[in-house]
Write a protein that binds this ligand. Sequence first.
Ligand code: CP3
Length: 352
Amino acid sequence: MPSTSSALERSPFLLAARGELSTHTPVWFMRQAGRALPEYRKVREGITMLESCTRPDLVVEITLQPVRRYGVDAAIFYSDIVLPLKAVGVDLDIKPGVGPVVASPVASFADLDAVRPVRPTDVAYVTESVQQLVSELGGTPLIGFAGAPFTVASYLVEGGPSKDHAKTKSLMHGNPKLWHALADRLADVAISYLSIQIEAGASAIQLFDSWAGALSPRDYAEFVQPHSAKVFAALEQYGVPRLHFGVNTGELLGLMSEAGADVIGVDWRVPLDEAVRRITAASGHPKPVQGNLDPALLTAGWPAIEPQIDRILTEAKSAPAHIFNLGHGVPPTADPDVLHRIVKAVHEKSAR
Ligand code: CP3
């Protein structure tokens, strides 16, 4: 009998994340835990999002739900990108249907005092949840995650979700010293929070820079890349695969790759073969890619979805390895049966 740890190391997800081919292309879905699942809505009844993240019984159950239901090749830790800020005392909430809302947006150096790295004692429930999950998941890897400095800064500066990130860009250009101080602190928050998850047993980590696509390449290079690069550099010592993802980042793929991740997530706007060309041009070598089915197609019917799966699997052949995913998160309107069918189809079509 192989030990759990060697089964884990040979799992299709971890092999692909290290650029190696295995028995099939692994699949997981960003936001696979959540409102598309009736069993999630049931467990969450009467409990706020942030409270649910602090209860290991709920975190473990919600993280496992999509693994059971869909047969995905990896679990993603149930939490939120603003949780570490909440844990160090930043006054914020997650409003249903809206997202994170911050009581006093960051506008001055004095406001930075509240933003400090998390200590294991601030988030004992994270360590406990990850340890329990790793033991229950056996050979299925657990992905830890954090928000990248830019995306988390946007919530702190705007005070809530924003379409244009105008206040954040205004701060970057109008007060670059304050911007860099904030982003540097948020890099330390991400490093501390991801280290805690890795030390508790997470097999890989993903840094979500969901809203980085709002930036020009020039602004990304100057104001964001050094801070995300600091996160990846600090985590290199652990030897776990580091994934990086953002939406609408076609023009940034090269720069995001240069920030140092091992796997680059791609949304649906850029075909994976073109993404590999951009990554290779920037980094000097190709990297495994993750993506990139448009989540809007989940409701389009199987005759529309299946050819897209075929196309994505074909385009991914130019990468050293591919992790199938959506181009962004599972929307609450998704039909769980369709997601399950996608997992089965990707496994069958990519079987080697
Ligand atoms: O299944 C998973 O992927 C793990 C759980 C997860 C959540 N948030 C749970 C959640 C992950 C990885 C996140 C990351 C996250 N949170 C990101 C990056 C990923 C992305 O979507 O780009 C971002 C930008 C956030 C901030 C955030 N939190 C938003 C925009 C929202 C949605 C607001 C809404 O209600 O539509 C949240 C809330 C949130 N995070 C929910 C879940 C399951 C929904 C809240 C609920 O169920 O009440």
